[in-house]
Design a protein around this ligand. Structure first.
Ligand code: NAP
Ligand code: MG
Length: 398
């Protein structure tokens, strides 16, 4: 490798898996060059979370990172890790610093049929992670008053719209916003990822009802597409497709998958859980954060698998699925290979992914998948046995 890959270590069971993957499947095969940041909660606490900021800056500098799942502290973690503060979610910090969009893609294997059996290709969901109801202001109001939407411009001029006259009784009101620059970043990240993965990009809002708010999303996407991406999409043989959100939902269900579905914040929150569940398992979902200027951070979509970790600490062998974490590594290595023109590194990433899928399709899998798989000769193995079984297959291809 030429440029270092930014490595963000993490917590609990995924931290254990992280080391196993490196020991068993990476270091014996490649000259792995990483710039290591320990985002484990112990070290975040020691550095007052500076390490998270440093790792995000390194990602901006080098362009590609791979991240292990990390604990987002809650009240229970304060005494457990003797924390100075309830540190913010590292993912939130990194996403804000990179101005990134998260793309989640399921890993499909034979033997695990999605609940929607016609989904033979993955559906990648991109969620706009800024604004709308997630940054709302809301009130519960008594009867008799009037709710107004008021905007005061920088010179003090006021524009006003009545939201509702509460003559009939009390009620509720809510103020939402979004920003053109954030919507534009989201649009660019989606179009870039479409080009990157050679897949169509779908986007949907409720612009017929929300003629200014949602319509603005539609217009920004269309302007950016026409001005910056249309020719590149034509050349790549892919399409940008806009429709109403309800029509999109109907089409998604009838589709075979194989596209990127860009979603407004709330739609993405809801639909990503639906799509993940329909494909079978959160442990088979990868996630990549893409910034509008083309910086990539790869990770698994699941968390640190806390319950398995506590069993691991008691000395039990767990059967924790490492596939999404493994694919975070292969995604990052392939992207590093692409950016640095390292054909061998790209080929290695492909081989490692193939060996992983082959292992599961040969019937060797962790417990979570064995519970779903329809293969007849399946065998449940523990965390390490699975990685060793992948290694057996990988060796044959190198
Ligand atoms: P989780 O780690 O995703 O695990 C929830 C449950 O899903 C597990 O208990 C397990 O079920 C199953 N599962 C998830 N991943 C699996 C895998 N790889 N193999 C097998 N089973 C798997 O979510 P959580 O327990 O709610 O959260 C634990 C910690 O992770 C929290 O501190 C949270 O803040 C953090 N988190 C981090 C990220 C991130 O860094 N991106 C994302 C989400 C959560 P069974 O126990 O039934 O086997
Ligand atoms: Mg959700």
């Amino acid at each position: 490798m030429k440029t270092p890959l930014v490595e963000m270590d993490g917590d609990e069971m995924t931290r254990i898996i992280w080391k196993m993957i490196k020991d068993i499947l990476l270091e014996p095969y490649i000259d792995l060059k990483t710039e290591y940041y320990d985002l484990g909660l112990v070290h975040r606490n020691e550095t007052n979370d500076q390490v998270t900021i440093d790792s995000a800056n390194a990602t901006k500098k080098y362009g590609v990172a791979v991240k292990c799942a990390t604990i987002t502290p809650n009240a229970a973690r304060m005494p457990e890790y003797n924390l100075k503060e309830m540190w913010k979610s590292p993912n939130g910090t990194i996403r804000a610093m990179l101005d990134g969009t998260v793309f989640r893609t399921p890993i499909l294997v034979k033997g695990i049929t999605p609940y929607i059996p016609t989904w033979t290709k993955p559906i990648t969901i991109a969620r706009h992670a800024y604004g709308d109801v997630y940054k709302n202001v809301e009130m519960q109001v008594p009867a008799g008053g009037r709710a107004e939407l008021v905007y005061t411009d920088k010179d003090g001029n006021v524009s006003k719209e009545t939201i509702h006259e509460f003559t009939e009784g009390p009620g509720i009101i809510q103020g939402l916003h979004n920003r053109d620059d954030s919507i534009a970043s989201f649009a660019r990240a989606c179009f870039n990822f479409g080009l990157d993965t050679k897949q169509d990009v779908w986007f949907a809002t409720k612009d017929t009802i929300s003629k200014k708010y949602d319509h603005r999303f539609k217009d920004i996407f269309q302007e950016i597409f026409d001005n910056e991406y249309k020719e590149k999409f034509d050349a790549a043989g892919i399409e940008y497709f806009y429709t109403l959100i309800d029509d999109a939902v109907a089409r998604v269900i009838r589709s075979n998958g194989g596209y990127i579905w860009a979603c407004k914040n709330y739609d993405g929150d809801v639909m990503s859980d639906m799509v993940a569940t329909a494909y079978g398992s959160l442990a088979m979902m990868t996630s990549v954060l893409v910034s509008p200027d083309g910086v990539y951070e790869y990770e698994a979509a699941h968390g640190t698998v806390q319950r398995h970790y506590y069993r691991h600490l008691k000395g039990e062998k767990t059967s924790t699925n490492s596939v999404a974490t493994l694919f975070a590594w292969t995604g990052a290595l392939r992207k590093r290979g692409e950016l640095d023109g390292l054909e061998e590194l790209k080929a290695f990433a492909d081989k490692l992914e193939k060996a992983t899928i082959q292992t599961i399709e040969d019937g060797v899998m962790t417990g979570d998948l064995a519970a779903l798989s329809t293969l007849e000769n399946k065998q449940t193995v523990n965390t390490e046995e699975f990685l060793l079984a992948v290694n057996e297959r990988l060796k044959e291809t190198i």
